[in-house]
Ligand binder design. Structure first.
Ligand code: SF4
Length: 248
C-alpha cells in the first residue's frame, strides 16, 4: 500500500472536516514572535498526515512557477538531508511561504519548557543515531556535522500578549492533532510508518514511486558522500515535471 496522486486527490477532496478541526486546534496555540526570525527553520519538521494535506493543497493552488520551484526544493531536501543541513524548503529569505498552514512543530517551537524540549531533543538524537547506523550498514558514512546537528532551545520566542501556555496544553494539542489525523485510519499510519512523517518523502514518492525514491536516495547519497559532487542530483531536480498537475 502506497500513496498515489489519485489517493492524495481523494484525501484532499474528502478532508474538509478534519482540516477544519486542525485549524481549530491550531487556533488554541498563541501567536508568537521572535527576534531571531526564521533562524530556527533549519529543517523540515515532522508532521502528521492531516498537517501535510493543507500544505499540499496550498502548493496546488500556487502559481505554477512558484509551486514548481518549491517542489524542486522539497524534493532536493529529501535527497540531500542526510548529507547537508539544507534549511526548511519552505523558507525563502526570512519568510515562510506556507506560514498560515505551518506545522504543529513550527507553532510549538520555543513554547515548550527547556526540560520538555530536551526530552524531544534526546528522542531526536536517538532517531538520528539509529539512522546513522542504518546508513553505515549500507556502507555510507554520513557527515558528523549533519548527524550531530540539532536546533538549539530558543529563548527568544515570545507570545503576542500575556497568554498561559505550558507543556500540558501543548501535549494536549499534539494529541488532538494526532487523533484528528488518525481519522484517516490506514493512510495516517502509512504516512508515519512508511514515509516517516516526512512531506519531502511523500512528494518524492509521488514523483518517482515509493521504492524508486528510496533506491534513488541511497544511490545519490552514497555518490555525494563519496564524490562531493551534486551534478547528478541537480540534473534530476532540473528535469522534474509539474507534480501538482497530477493532483488537480
Ligand atoms: S514550515 Fe515555515 S515556520 Fe516551519 S520550519 Fe519551515 S519555514 Fe519555518
Amino acid at each position: 500500500m502506497t500513496f498515489s496522486p489519485h489517493i492524495i486527490k481523494e484525501l484532499l477532496q474528502s478532508s474538509d472536516h478534519q482540516l477544519k478541526e486542525l485549524k481549530e486546534t491550531y487556533a488554541l496555540l498563541p501567536e508568537t514572535r521572535c527576534r531571531r526570525k526564521a533562524q530556527c527553520c533549519s529543517m523540515l519538521p515532522e508532521m502528521t498526515l492531516v498537517e501535510a494535506l493543507p500544505v499540499i493543497r496550498r502548493l496546488v493552488e500556487m502559481a505554477a512557477a512558484t509551486r514548481n520551484r518549491l517542489i524542486k526544493k522539497i524534493i532536493g531536501h529529501f535527497f540531500l538531508n542526510p548529507v547537508e543541513i539544507t534549511l526548511c524548503p519552505f523558507l525563502e529569505g526570512q519568510e515562510c511561504l506556507i506560514y498560515p498552514d505551518r506545522f504543529f512543530g513550527c507553532r510549538s517551537y520555543g513554547l515548550w519548557s527547556p526540560a520538555h524540549y530536551e526530552t524531544l531533543a534526546a528522542r531526536d538524537r536517538r532517531a538520528k543515531k539509529h539512522l546513522q547506523e542504518q546508513w553505515k550498514s549500507l556502507g555510507v558514512c554520513l557527515p558528523k556535522k549533519v548527524v550531530d546537528f540539532q536546533v538549539p532551545y530558543c529563548l527568544c520566542v515570545e507570545t503576542n500578549g500575556p497568554v498561559i501556555i505550558d507543556d500540558k496544553i501543548l501535549v494536549q494539542a499534539s494529541d488532538t492533532i494526532e487523533a484528528i489525523s488518525a481519522g484517516f485510519s490506514s493512510w495516517h499510519q502509512l504516512f508515519g510508518q512508511r514515509y516517516f512523517s516526512d512531506l519531502s518523502f511523500l512528494l518524492s514518492a509521488l514523483m518517482f514511486g515509493h521504492i524508486a525514491a528510496v533506491q534513488m536516495k541511497f544511490t545519490l547519497v552514497r555518490y555525494i558522500v563519496n564524490t562531493k559532487n551534486r551534478t547528478r542530483l541537480d540534473r534530476i531536480i532540473q528535469e522534474l515535471p509539474d507534480l501538482c498537475a497530477m493532483l488537480t
